[in-house]
Design a protein around this ligand. Sequence first.
Ligand code: DX5
Ligand code: ZN
Length: 221
Amino acid sequence: MAEPKFAPSILSADFARLAEAVIAVEKAGADWIHVDVMDGHFVPNLTFGPKMVADLRKATRLPLDVHLMIERPEEWVDRYADAGATYLTIHIEATRDVLGTLAAIRGRGVRPGLTLNPETAVDVVMPYLGSVDLALVMSVHPGFGGQTFIESALDKVRTIREALDEQKLAAELEVDGGVKPDNCARVVAAGATVLVAGSAVFEDPAGPPAALRKFRQALRR
Ligand code: DX5
Ligand code: ZN
C-alpha cells in the first residue's frame, strides 16, 4: 500500500501552544499541517483567521493545508493567500461561485482544494476535479474534532479515486474526520493520499510522535 501523507489537524492541539505542537509533529515526520478555519456560521464553532495562518507560516516549513469552513470563502482568498497558505480548501456548500473561487485561489499561487459535507452527494464535486489540486472528503460533520468516522465517506473516496485515475488527474485525495490507526488502512485502500487526524495525534496520551508511529504501523500490516 502506498504510504499516504499525514496532515495532523491542530484543531485538537493546545491553542495557547500551537507553535510547539507544529514543531512536535514536524519532528515526528508529519507531511502537512492541517489548519481548520471556522467562522461560527458555516459550522457551529469558531477557531482562527488569517493572522494565525501567517504566524504558523513562520513556525514551520511544512505545507499549510488550510481548510476553510466559512461562508463566502471567495471574500477571504486574498487574506489567506497573503498569510501563506499552501493549500486553500473551500466547501462546495459555502459559495455560489465554486469555479471562480478555485480560479482566484490558483491565481494567487495557492493550491485550490474542494470539499463536501457528509450529507452532500459526491456527484456535485465531480465536475470540478480538473480544477483542483486537492479533493477533500469529510468523514465527519465539520465543526469539531473527536467525532466518529462516517463509513459512507469511503464510497465517496472510491468514486473520486476512480474519476481521478480515469481522467489522469494528479490531485491529492484527502480524508478528514475520525481517522484513526484502526481505520486508516481502509481509507488508504479506498484511494486516499492524505490523511487528516486531529484527536488521534494530539490527544494520544503517548504524544504525537508515538501516535504517528501507530498510523504507520497500521498501514504496514
Ligand atoms: C472537523 C475538522 C477536522 C478535525 C478532525 O471539522 O475539519 O480537521 O480536526 O479531527 P479528528 O481527527 O479528531 O476527527
Ligand atoms: Zn479539517
